[in-house]
Design a protein around this ligand. Structure first.
Ligand code: PEP
Ligand code: MN
Length: 366
């Protein structure tokens, strides 16, 4: 439930509403907006007596949030949330970042070379898994903490912020310390204790859609993170399982405008896992941007034929360079712009923790 205050409501009016909400046994979240303040009520299971609040001075309207998810909904917050993972790299605004890199961090040479290719081609951020959720326990599991150290090295060389996956609490703390954005993979989208942990860490989170998750399931998982106090969530459409083996997954691009209508959170697309085949990645990346995605995440490997994971869907460096050019053109055609990479941080501390936060976007997208 949301209590909307009058345009000129005083701070005392807002305080009084919060006090009554607390008295009723719920938590009040005042949210000052451009036009007026709203007070969100957390923990409302439907039994709250709205008439007590409606009669208070300064209250103009009571809105019942009809969706099972509350704080991620557009009803709760009308303005788009902008998630900043590093200075100049934001999701949900007019600019669209391109995250790219290999599926897994394999060696110093491989990740540093990948980062250089991404940077020179015009990509914005570096991906690469140090902790790998593999379907088989016998497949390459990632380099673990050493992989994070190599990512930090690649960031120092190129300035590209790091997006990398965590699979458990310990990994989440490590990624929060050494990376810029914690990826929660499809297989962990409903790992609720991990979602609570990253909610408490406050670091930006890239939350991927589960293979058999509905859009409502995805938004409820995001709600877990937000309800722990972390609003820095970037959603990611990465395809769902389908009956058709022609592609690895069915990349659901309809999810992008649907999420934009239902939620204020940004959503990006992953056409690499969404298709599983490198010749399908470029057309679907173009389509994702055209559909309104707030960014893309692309697997690119300096030598895909020798990749330790997901080689078949990894672009060759030349294909990635061509893709960035095409995405720039698509972005311009819809009044947006691909985000330039931040300047190199060579000479700076590799393990600094970057600030993050939310802001209101200026240009509408839906
Ligand atoms: C990945 O990004 O390499 C990955 C494992 O993705 P997903 O969780 O979408 O399968
Ligand atoms: Mn992969």
């Amino acid at each position: 439930m949301l209590v909307v205050m009058e345009h000129g409501a005083s701070a005392a009016d807002v305080d009084r509403v919060c006090a009554v909400v607390k008295e009723l046994g719920y938590e009040a979240r005042p949210m000052p907006g451009a036009q007026r303040t709203a007070v969100g009520i957390v923990g409302n299971d439907g039994r709250i007596d709205a008439s007590r609040l409606a009669a208070l001075p300064g209250v103009v309207q009571i809105i019942h949030v009809t969706q099972p998810y509350k704080q991620v909904s557009r009803e709760w917050r009308a303005e788009d949330t902008i998630v900043t993972i590093a200075p100049g790299v934001s999701f949900g605004g007019n600019e669209v970042p391109i995250i790219a890199g290999p599926c897994s961090v394999e060696s110093e040479e491989q990740i540093v070379e990948s980062a250089r290719i991404v940077k020179e081609a015009g990509g914005t951020a570096l991906r690469g898994g140090a902790f790998k959720p593999r379907s088989s326990p016998y497949a390459f599991q990632g380099l673990g903490k050493r992989g994070l150290e190599l990512l930090a090295l690649a960031r120092r060389e190129t300035g590209l912020p790091i997006v990398t996956e965590a699979m458990d609490d310990e990994g989440a703390h490590l990624v929060a310390e050494m990376g810029d954005c914690i990826q929660i993979g499809a297989r962990n989208m409903q790992n609720y204790s991990l979602l609570k942990t990253v909610g408490r860490l406050g670091k930006p989170v890239l939350l991927k859609r589960g293979m058999a998750a509905t859009i409502s399931d995805l938004l409820l998982s995001a709600e877990y993170i937000l309800s722990e106090g972390n609003p820095n969530i970037i959603l990611c459409e990465r395809g769902v399982r389908s009956f058709d083996p022609a592609a690895r997954n069915l990349l659901d691009l309809t999810a992008i405008p649907i999420v934009h209508r239902l939620s204020h959170l940004p959503i990006i697309a992953d056409p690499s896992h969404g298709t599983g085949l490198r010749d399908k990645v470029t057309p679907m990346a173009r389509a994702a941007l055209a559909a309104g995605a707030d960014g893309v995440i692309i697997e690119m490997h300096p030598n895909p034929d020798r990749a330790l994971s997901d080689g078949a869907q990894s672009l060759y460096p030349d294909q990635f360079r061509a893709l960035v050019e095409e995405l720039r053109a698509v972005a311009v055609a819809i009044g947006r712009r691909v985000t330039a990479a931040p300047a190199s941080e060579e000479g700076k501390e590799p393990d600094r923790i970057l600030s993050s936060g939310t802001a209101h976007r200026v240009v509408g997208k839906h």
